[in-house]
Ligand binder design. Structure first.
Ligand code: HEM
Length: 390
């Protein structure tokens, strides 16, 4: 590793395998040098201040990172604002609140069906089916495609783990085909679910072509399915490892302190953020710390590293929502901040709430231990737990 005035030029992923926990790699890397240049010229930002500043400066750090148009993720400026206005309207507090009863039904059924006193799999038996059912209900998709979606989530995670671009592209194409079938089923205009509403919606006065509807739904479901299951894994692992916090959350849930529960969940995700990074490309020469980044450089904003920066979070592993909420970057910041934040927090509150309400204690399984995702993925691949009955 070569270091320039505390800023280094090496690739964190080059050390993949050195440790199974991406956070350990990233913490060490950020402490040594928070601006990292890979062999292909890509620059990764690891410090909280640098990641935040870049996310807020969308004119310099453009989201148009590839030739592929992703809505709204790859857009900038006025065009981005127009698509965000359309998307945000589907995720207002009223829209989110309307989803809560169905989500609760799914959570109750999933948790209620789990065996007590024996090992169950958090990500596979709880996180994935809940994510798929909650999302299918929200978008109006038939229960019949649930198995196909569950299989897709598993393949998508495997492809992400491999980092194999061809495999990732194949998985993305398969998803597009599923969505196109769902659109075809709604062409007669009789349906009135969120998917059908989107097909009738307009941006700047024009109707959306199929390719744009597919892109929007792809970015909603990619966020919802894989990330939500990963978030459930991280949170359940944290609670099974910290019985005092588990009891604290159980008490908050019993008292109906919804906001405090969601703050707690967001804080657990800050400590162990499974949604690692997003990309940008610079539109002009820019200096970050001591590093000059030329126009046209690919830049990675690493949320997982930023969320554990001791410059901002005194003790990054300490659970302290009141002190840390303002600087929490789990859902990003700036014009591309996650539109699905409220929906996600409601869904997580409901599934975790149901798990806690239906048990007296959740413990890690003694039969087999948890397994972390391997870099470049973060979070937990497997979280075997045992539920004690309530
Ligand atoms: C499950 C946990 C989730 C996490 C941790 C998460 C995190 C994030 C982050 C960090 C960003 C910022 C991206 C950037 O700056 O480039 C983002 C953007 C986005 N998220 Fe989420 N997200 C989650 C769930 C969801 C859900 C449920 C949806 C939709 C239903 C969603 C839809 C989106 C979209 C469309 C964007 C792009 C926004 C834009 O470019 O303007 N996300 N998300």
């Amino acid at each position: 590793m070569t270091t320039t005035a505390g800023r280094a030029h090496t690739d964190p992923h080059a050390e993949a395998g050195a440790h199974d926990d991406l956070r350990v790699q990233l913490d060490a890397q950020r402490a040594a040098c928070p601006v990292v240049r890979a062999a292909d010229g890509t620059v990764t930002l690891l410090a909280h201040a640098d990641v935040k500043a870049a996310a807020l400066d969308a004119a310099t750090f453009s989201s148009a990172v590839s030739a592929h148009r992703a809505l709204p993720n790859s857009l900038d400026g006025a065009e981005h604002r127009a698509y965000r206005a359309l998307i945000d309207a589907y995720m207002t507090p009223t829209e989110v609140a309307a989803q809560e009863p169905q989500c609760r039904e799914h959570a109750r059924a999933i948790v209620g069906a789990l065996p007590r006193g024996v090992t169950v799999r958090t990500v596979l038996d709880i996180g994935t089916p809940f994510a798929v059912r909650a999302q299918s209900t929200w978008l109006g998709w038939p229960a019949a495609i649930e198995d196909e979606l569950v299989a897709w989530v598993a393949d998508n995670r495997e492809a992400s783990r491999s980092g194999d671009r061809a495999w990732l592209a194949e998985v993305a194409d398969r998803f597009d085909a599923i969505i196109t079938r769902l659109l075809d089923a709604r062409r007669d205009g009789s349906a009135d679910d969120v998917t059908a509403r989107l097909m009738r919606d307009r941006v700047d006065g024009h109707a959306l072509p199929d390719s744009e509807i597919v892109s929007i739904l792809r970015n909603w479901t990619a966020g919802d399915l894989s990330s939500l299951a990963a978030c459930v894994g991280v949170i359940v692992h944290h609670l099974a490892s910290d019985v005092a916090l588990q009891d604290h959350l159980r008490a908050l849930i019993t008292a109906g302190r919804t906001g405090d529960v969601e703050d707690a969940l967001e804080e657990i995700l800050r400590i162990d953020d499974p949604f690692v990074s997003n990309r940008r490309v610079t539109t002009r020469d820019v200096t970050v710390g001591d590093e000059t980044i030329k126009a046209g450089t690919r830049v990675v904003l690493n949320w997982t590293a930023a969320n554990r920066d001791p410059e901002v979070f005194d003790n990054p592993d300490a659970f302290n929502p009141a002190a840390h909420a303002e600087d929490n970057l789990v859902f990003g910041i700036g014009p591309h901040v996650c539109p699905g934040r409220a929906l996600t927090l409601m869904e997580l509150r409901v599934i975790i709430g149901e798990l806690l309400a239906q048990t007296t204690r959740i413990t890690m399984s003694r039969e087999r231990g948890p397994i972390r995702e391997r870099p470049p993925v973060s979070g937990w691949a497997k979280v075997p737990i045992v539920l004690d009955p309530a």
